[in-house]
Design a protein around this ligand. Structure first.
Ligand SMILES: Cc1ncc(COP(=O)(O)O)c(C=O)c1O
Length: 453
């Protein structure tokens, strides 16, 4: 078969992409029959593994029965059922949570931003519209979600188009603390910055604060004990909504259904996508706590916002079947257990001269590379350490997710986020291949004068 890509608009015109034709369990196969261990689930999407027949059957059955209705005209049984399942998972004291569906993470962020604004309008505080987020974060690729994001690499080209109603505070990133402090002596100064920013910008103008409880692609940073609780306290003190973007961390990725559960924090809204339908269909969700939707219900009674494909029945069927599969096979707990094993194996890479840090929770792990461990200086930007590692590992049949941007003008890291069903022997293979790949890429960097020792 000729897979000519002459008409496809690729992410990168300088690359030739391998053509994937099949997925099964933790493996992907290309058109030449080559097998790849999917150690990153695409972009931390695939939670239960590829090609699970009961998910595919659920989608097919739903498509046969009812493939589409517009959310302004009909609800669907599958939408109601999945919403009840997700609402019951909302952390904290029991409350009546409602679920707004989207087709992915960026749409979920956009929706949460608009719900925040609608909430304050409904409450009569019409001057509240600003969203505060953090540098070194990612909330999506659409312009509103990108403005809330603090990933400078991804913002760069579009900066003139990003609305100014978004304020950013420092990242909570201990390995490269932007405030040059050390935990716990820092007394969570990065969280205190939220309060200072609220006061500086005018607390009566702030609608919400949004953060990834564990940062995903931008750095993989895990907050220290107390950080998220302090953030919650500050939001409460100023009556500001707290939105947890769990697009990457949610649905069990970090070893609990929601990452905020590691710290006992209850946000006002939680965003899900990626692992929610494990890549079987595009699906995202905004889980809104009771006070949010009740205010909107009692106020205008409607939200002037929506997507043609929100609540798409086959996607919802995929999400529902994935939730059942997670339950049936106890996969959130598996994510926790195997995640500990994964973290231990990746920790072994620290012995290599080019590995600066290994961090993460559960099945969301990040390895950061440095030219010099003591100074944490990055490799030369144009050497593209992360991408070379990705290519080296892809040649070995292992997929990792390469990223840059932990340092103002560079910095390389990769995300390791396999399906929760990965076996220990497969994790061993991943770690072995990564160690060998890192030795090779590290040698190449040295030879190219890109840094390293
Ligand atoms: C934390 C977070 N939020 C939002 C998004 C955007 O999701 P999507 O790519 O599905 O639009 C991502 C995607 O990587 C993410 O990691």
């Amino acid at each position: 078969m000729n897979h000519s890509d002459d008409f496809a608009f690729p992410r990168n015109f300088k690359r030739r992409y391998s053509v994937a034709v099949r997925g099964e369990g933790v493996y992907l196969y290309d058109e030449n029959g080559k097998r790849y261990l999917d150690a990153c689930g695409g972009a931390a999407v695939v939670s239960i593994g590829h090609g699970v027949p009961e998910i595919i059957d659920a989608i097919a059955q739903q498509a046969r029965q009812l493939s589409y209705v517009h959310s302004s005209q009909f609800a669907s049984p599958v939408g109601a059922e999945l919403a009840a399942v997700l609402a019951a998972k909302f952390p904290g004291a029991k409350q009546h949570v409602r679920v707004h569906y989207t087709s992915g993470g960026s749409e979920a962020t956009e929706t949460a931003i608009k719900i925040s604004r609608a909430y304050w309008l409904a409450r009569g505080e019409t001057q509240r519209y600003k969203i505060i987020s953090r540098w070194g974060s990612y909330h999506g690729t659409t312009l509103g979600a990108l403005s809330a994001s603090g990933n400078k690499v991804r913002r760069q080209a579009f900066a003139p188009l990003l609305p100014a109603a978004m304020e950013h505070i420092s990242a909570c990133f201990c390995y490269r603390c932007p405030l040059s402090l050390k935990f716990p002596a820092c007394a969570l100064a990065c969280a205190e910055e939220l309060e200072q920013t609220i006061l500086k910008t005018g607390k009566e103008s702030v609608a919400a604060f949004i953060c990834e409880p564990v940062v995903g692609a931008s750095s993989g940073a895990v907050p220290p004990e107390g950080y998220l609780r302090r953030i919650r306290e500050i939001c409460d003190a100023h009556g500001i909504l707290m939105i947890a973007d769990e697009v990457m961390t949610g649905a069990g990725r970090t070893g609990k259904y929601f990452a905020v559960e590691h710290w006992g924090v209850v946000p006002d809204m939680i965003l899900l996508a990626k692992g929610l339908a494990s890549g079987y269909a595009p699906l995202g969700a905004v889980l809104a706590g009771e006070k949010i939707w009740r205010a909107i219900e009692a106020g205008p009674g409607s939200l002037d916002h929506g997507f043609t494909y929100q609540g798409h029945p086959p996607s919802l069927a995929a999400g529902l079947a994935v939730q059942r599969y997670l339950e049936k096979h106890n996969l959130v707990e598996r994510s926790r257990q195997r995640g500990e094993y994964l973290a231990k194996k990746l920790e072994g890479l620290r012995a290599l001269p080019c590995v600066g840090d290994v961090r993460g929770k559960g099945m969301l792990q990040t390895v950061e590379f440095v030219a010099d461990k003591a100074s944490k200086s990055p490799f030369a930007k144009d050497f593209s350490f992360n991408f070379r590692l990705f290519e080296n590992m892809q040649a070995r049949g292992v997929m990792v997710y390469p990223m840059r941007g932990t340092v103002e003008d560079g910095g390389d890291h990769v995300l390791i986020a396999p399906p929760y069903v990965i076996e220990e022997a497969q994790i061993d293979f991943l770690a072995e291949q990564m160690a060998q790949a890192l030795e090779e890429v590290g040698r190449d960097a040295l030879a190219a004068g890109a840094g390293g020792n």
